[in-house]
Structures are given as structure tokens and as C-alpha cells.
Write a protein that binds this ligand. Structure first.
Ligand code: DC
Length: 216
């Protein structure tokens, strides 16, 4: 059984995907972490991020995988924390659009999914990686609500560094634009995906909605 979950950043997608996978006893695959790890490889090598060929070449020299704990690894080293920095997040928009990087990581995602029950989340899972998935969900929320959640999260973590709501909101809008307007595998809701707008839904409710659909 394959469950594909797509949607923009900050919509509550990975929280819901993780909880769903846990409840169903399926493997959870965070494909964004793979793009972040590929970005980390390019950053560490000081690759020219304006040169897609150079990025593709550098990424091809490394292996991105997951350890038994489900943490993403770069050349066998757990980089789960390192990939969550804002620098790494920002530069994924240079690395994720490169077609050769996408081909390589997509192939690997499919190999991981081949013989397992899996919940995979990302931007192009239902459209490109697993077009034949048994269930497809598109989890989204308005940019205002996502900015509000991001601000609260940064406040809690102490990483706000004086950023205003407006700045966070604008970053989110820019990221949506980058993800949906790129040529290769843009973020889209496929016709066969069920859209869940999470503005007024608790994380539990989102999981329940998915379970209801799957249970039918
Ligand atoms: O979900 P996330 O924020 O961890 O994703 C990190 C970056 O990777 C983000 O810029 C979008 C990109 N991404 C992608 O292009 N395709 C995917 N399947 C998953 C993530």
C-alpha cells in the first residue's frame, strides 16, 4: 500500500504523514529531507549554486539514505539536525529544481517504496514519484495561517531573531512560488488527490480525515 501526501511547506503535512504512518504501522519517508541532504552536500563542497551542472555533479558523488531510526544520512552520516538550518532550507530552492538531482532522488524514493507499505510526503509524490499510489492527499493551508504557525514555532524554539510576521509571510509566499512555478516536478494537486485544508483543523483531525478515507 502506497500513500502519497503532497502540499506546500508549513501546512502540517509531515506531522500528519508521520502520525498516519505510525498508526498504520507503515514506513514514513520524508522526501524533503532527501533534497535538504543533497543541498547540504553541495553547500559543504562550496558548489556554485547558480550552476545546475555543478550541483548535479556534486550530488552524484554522494549517497543520501535513511538509517534504521528513520534519520536522513549523507554518505552514511546522520545529518537530520544539520539539514534543518535555515541556510540549508533556503538553498534547497537552488538544488531541488535541478532535473538530474530529481531523477536520482526520485529513483531512490521508488526503490525504497517498492516492497513496502509506505507513507511518503513531499511536493511531487502523487504526480511524479508514485503516480499509481493507492491514496493521494494534498494537505494545504492559507499562507497567513502557515506564517502564523511558523512564527509561533520560531518563538518557541527561540529562533525568531526579530523577524516580523510580514517577513515570514513573504518567505512562505516566495517558497510557494518557487515550488509551484519550477519546470521540473512542480508542486501541484493532482485530480485524484483529496485536498485537506488544515487552517481550522487540529493535527489529530487531519489524521482522522485521512484514516476515514482509507478505511472506506
Ligand atoms: O518539505 P521540506 O520543507 O523539508 O522540503 C525541502 C525542500 O525540498 C523544499 O524546497 C521543497 C523541496 N522538495 C521537493 O522539491 N520535492 C519533494 N518531493 C520534497 C521536497
Amino acid at each position: 500500500m502506497q500513500i502519497a501526501i503532497d502540499g506546500p511547506a508549513g501546512a502540517g503535512k509531515s506531522t500528519a504523514a508521520k502520525a498516519l504512518a505510525r498508526e498504520m504501522g507503515y514506513l514514513y519517508l520524508d522526501t524533503g529531507a532527501m533534497y535538504r541532504a543533497a543541498t547540504l552536500a553541495a553547500l559543504k563542497a562550496q558548489t556554485d549554486l547558480s550552476d545546475p551542472e555543478a550541483i548535479a555533479k556534486e550530488v552524484a558523488r554522494h549517497s543520501v539514505d535513511f538509517n534504521p531510526e528513520g534519520h536522513v544520512t549523507l554518505d552514511g552520516v546522520d545529518v537530520e539536525d544539520e539539514i534543518r538550518t535555515s541556510r540549508c532550507a533556503r538553498h534547497t530552492s537552488d538544488v531541488a529544481p535541478v532535473p538530474k538531482v530529481r531523477e536520482r532522488l526520485t529513483e531512490q524514493m521508488r526503490a525504497i517504496a517498492a516492497d513496502r507499505d509506505i507513507v511518503m510526503d513531499g511536493r511531487d509524490i502523487g504526480s511524479v514519484v508514485l503516480p499509481g499510489a493507492d491514496y493521494k492527499f494534498f494537505i494545504t493551508a492559507t499562507p497567513e495561517e502557515r506564517a502564523r504557525r511558523r512564527l509561533l514555532e520560531m518563538e518557541k524554539k527561540g529562533t525568531l531573531e526579530g523577524k516580523s510576521f510580514k517577513e515570514i509571510y513573504e518567505e512562505i509566499v516566495q517558497r510557494d512560488k518557487n515550488d509551484s512555478e519550477r519546470e521540473t516536478a512542480p508542486l501541484i494537486k493532482t485530480d485524484d488527490a483529496l485536498e485537506i485544508v488544515t487552517d481550522n483543523l487540529s493535527p489529530d483531525r487531519v489524521v482522522m480525515t485521512m484514516r476515514d478515507v482509507i478505511g472506506e
